[in-house]
Write a protein of this length. Structure first.
Length: 283
């Protein structure tokens, strides 16, 4: 059940990332993330109220706030990277990095992955190196290329996503879905502050962005509910790594809708990234 819930989360978050990446091509990524966070907060509140809870303790609040902070910084890096580089490169690199962090956390806590998982970790590092260093083909329509800054943003977002999995897994089942609202509230504050600090000029096109923001927010809420349950009830390594399969949906949508092109070596790197996540999840 843990793997299934995490996989459902991966499908929804991958779809949200694709829409977010496309939106960030025509609007500032940080502002898009802030807009989505504000729009999505009432949705999470409705879910929390409907689900109910037995008890929300102080540790639940603390861990939820930390989860919100880490995911907010990760989303900021991710959206900027998606706006500057190929979606089908940024998403897998962030996913592999975000999958490795919880596995390392599990090792420190005494969990011992099998041989398959260890092989997956090795392939993950190879994938990041290949995608980072291989030359890419510039898309004739979007005029975006993969450079070191884009890869750095993808790696940073993966790091914070990994920390998000760890902190969010520490909340108790008795808290119900309220950790989602607390996490989203903290994330919204951080993202809005980042948007105010990092961007300049008037905010325009809000009405045009509203439908996309609503769609992204709905997909994110649909993703975080099964993810929280998976992290609460199953091993952190399994839940977080299976959830990191989200680039499969993102890459498929990017190829089908945007016709993004990679060099052959980068295709190998992306494939290795996806294989690595799959191996770690089954190991």
């Amino acid at each position: 059940m843990t793997a299934f819930l995490a996989l459902v989360s991966a499908v929804f978050i991958g779809s949200a990332d694709f829409v977010g990446g496309m939106t960030s091509r025509t609007a500032n990524g940080i502002r898009v993330a802030a807009f989505v966070a504000v729009v999505g907060l009432p949705l999470t509140l409705a879910v929390s109220i409907a689900y109910g809870s037995e008890h929300v303790g102080r540790p639940d609040v603390i861990w939820s706030v930390l989860a919100g902070i880490t995911v907010a910084v990760g989303i900021g890096c991710f959206y900027i990277g998606m706006g500057r580089g190929l979606i089908s490169v940024v998403a897998p690199v962030a996913a592999v990095t975000g999958a490795v962090i919880p596995v390392a956390y599990a090792l420190v806590r005494g969990e011992r992955p099998g041989t398959t998982a260890l092989v997956g970790l090795v392939i993950a590092f190879v994938a990041v190196a290949v995608v980072s260093l291989a030359p890419s083909e510039q898309h004739p329509d979007t005029h975006v290329v993969v450079d070191r800054n884009v890869i750095a943003l993808a790696l940073a977002s993966g790091l914070f996503f990994g920390l998000f999995y760890i902190t969010f897994s520490r909340v108790s089942e008795e808290a119900g879905m309220w950790p989602i609202t607390i996490e989203r509230a903290a994330a919204t504050v951080v993202i809005v502050v980042l948007a105010l600090v990092l961007t300049r000029g008037p905010v325009v096109g809000v009405r045009r962005l509203l439908p996309y923001a609503l769609l992204i927010a709905a997909l994110e809420v649909a993703a975080v509910v099964p993810l929280l349950v998976a992290l609460q009830r199953g091993p952190v390594a399994i839940a977080s790594v299976v959830a990191s399969l989200y680039p499969v949906a993102t890459v498929l949508l990017a190829g089908f809708v945007l016709h993004e092109r990679l060099s052959r070596l980068q295709y190998v790197g992306v494939a290795c990234a996806l294989v690595a996540v799959a191996l770690v999840s089954t190991g």
